[in-house]
Design a protein around this ligand. Structure first.
Ligand code: ATP
Ligand code: MG
Length: 213
């Protein structure tokens, strides 16, 4: 397939959305709007959107952890089929805000469902489709949560309300994933200023795809 699949990972408040917005604007200038796709799960398809509504419904605080993990995997599957695979076929650069590594870190480690178990159910969902490159924005948990509290107090959802210890566990899992997959997952120090983070990310993308940036 001709396209390029890049995922962005990292704890809450690491700066994924801010970085992707900047990267997307520059790539669109260089390649044309039709060659760049920003996406995030559940994506724009109605099936995954419906699953997402169940996941983030504030009435569903009693949701079982495995139910949550299976729903995330199901939404991911539909997002792949409806959006990612067609975009890859069209030769687009796909900028994906979170993907399978988030499930392993949040459900596997954070919710103690087991990183291996979460990987297994997600293997069924992704059917071998891993990103060509994963940008991991690493940030100390407290700083990430502080950024969210300062700038986005209105957007706190059920997952954001978890304890600091939960976020530390999640970060440790991301760091482990990066160490185990150093070819695919590249670590960026996200505690730096936003312009510096963006510049590091561009360099990392260029190192992988010489024709970008
Ligand atoms: N390098 C940075 N330095 C300072 N503030 C930043 C930096 N990057 C992002 N921010 C700010 O921190 C907040 C969180 O950033 P952003 O929404 O991009 O993070 P995120 O990783 O997408 O978070 P989430 O996982 O919750 O979606 C925003 O208000 C953003 O303006
Ligand atoms: Mg975001």
């Amino acid at each position: 397939m001709a396209g390029k699949f890049i995922s962005f990972e990292g704890p809450d408040g690491a700066g994924k959305t801010s970085v992707i917005t900047a990267i997307q604007a520059e790539l669109e200038q260089q390649l044309g709007k039709e060659k760049v796709m920003y996406t995030r799960e559940p994506g724009g398809n109605h099936i995954s959107e419906q699953i997402r509504r169940v996941l983030f419904d504030e009435h569903n605080t009693d949701m079982d952890g495995r139910t949550e993990a299976l729903l995330f995997a199901a939404a991911r599957r539909q997002h792949i089929v409806s959006e990612i695979l067609p975009a890859l076929k069209d030769g687009k650069v796909i900028l994906c805000d979170r993907y399978v590594d988030s499930s392993i870190a949040y459900q596997g480690a954070g919710r103690h469902l087991g990183e291996q178990k979460i990987w297994q159910i997600n293997q069924y969902a992704i059917d071998g489709l891993l990103p060509d490159l994963t940008i991991y924005l690493d940030i100390e948990s407290k700083l990430g949560l502080q950024r969210i509290a300062e700038h986005r107090a209105d957007q706190v959802n059920r997952l954001d309300e978890e304890q600091l210890s939960f976020h530390k566990t999640v970060r440790e899992a991301f760091l482990r994933l990066q160490r185990e997959n150093p070819e695919r997952i590249k670590l960026i120090d996200a505690s730096q200023s936003l312009p510096k983070v963006i510049s590091d990310v561009k360099q990392t993308i260029h190192a992988k795809f010489n024709d970008l940036f």
